[in-house]
Design a protein around this ligand. Sequence first.
Ligand SMILES: Nc1nc2c(ncn2[C@@H]2O[C@H](COP(=O)(O)OP(=O)(O)OP(=O)(O)O)[C@@H](O)[C@H]2O)c(=O)[nH]1
Ligand SMILES: [Mg+2]
Length: 233
Amino acid sequence: MKPDGKVVLLGDMNVGKTSLLHRYMERRFQDTISTVGGAFYLKQWGPYNISIWDTAGREQFHGLGSMYCRGAAAVILTYDVNNLQSLIELEDRFLALTDTASTDCIFAIVGNKVDLTNEYALLLETEEENRPEKPVTGCISTKVQKQVHLDDAVALYKKILKYKMLDEKDVPAAEKMCFETSAKTGYKVDYLFETIFDMVVPIILRQQAEGPLQTVEITNYKSAKRTKSGCCA
Ligand SMILES: Nc1nc2c(ncn2[C@@H]2O[C@H](COP(=O)(O)OP(=O)(O)OP(=O)(O)O)[C@@H](O)[C@H]2O)c(=O)[nH]1
Ligand SMILES: [Mg+2]
């Protein structure tokens, strides 16, 4: 079975791409090992099958990135809110990989590991209804000042629009496409993926109306046979 649409997670090593996807699909957080190559999950969304690709952030796998992005309907650019360099890398190293994505690809910018910051308690209070499954306890002494603020992500989003020569009027607003998450606690993880899936549906419809040419995916012919997740290291 061929997926109807494709979502790709990109970002530096250690920012938590695998953990985010794992949290969303498996509903838990556990130790990860640094990703080699790439792997994907299939998510049923209404009548559609969406493949969500987890990529390797390590430099030596960089060349694979544009292959994974081929025909993508959405790209989730992920950084670590406690690591400014990881945001800079998105612009310097990862943005160009999205040249192979679908022409109407949507972009989300995600700052992960927000649970480690001293702002997290406040975020929880103001987002009462989005509380994680389990309240976070302890570790207060290890909380740190956030290094990257939402404004920085919004600024990057605007740079992406420039790079893609898109008009702000024609795309979702920056504020809507910049997220802060915690794969560890689950904070905003469902919200992130489900917002993206909803936005991907019209792109799938458009891709299907235009025929398969634009979305041919060499990468998953073999592994797509598997129902849950595959690996093509
Ligand atoms: N506190 C905290 N730790 C996290 C979070 N997400 C991931 N981590 C930890 O950060 C480390 C890296 O997470 P991964 O999910 O493997 O990172 P990755 O982006 O997939 O890294 P590569 O596969 O090398 O590109 C692991 O030790 C995770 O347990 C989070 O939301 N909060
Ligand atoms: Mg990984």
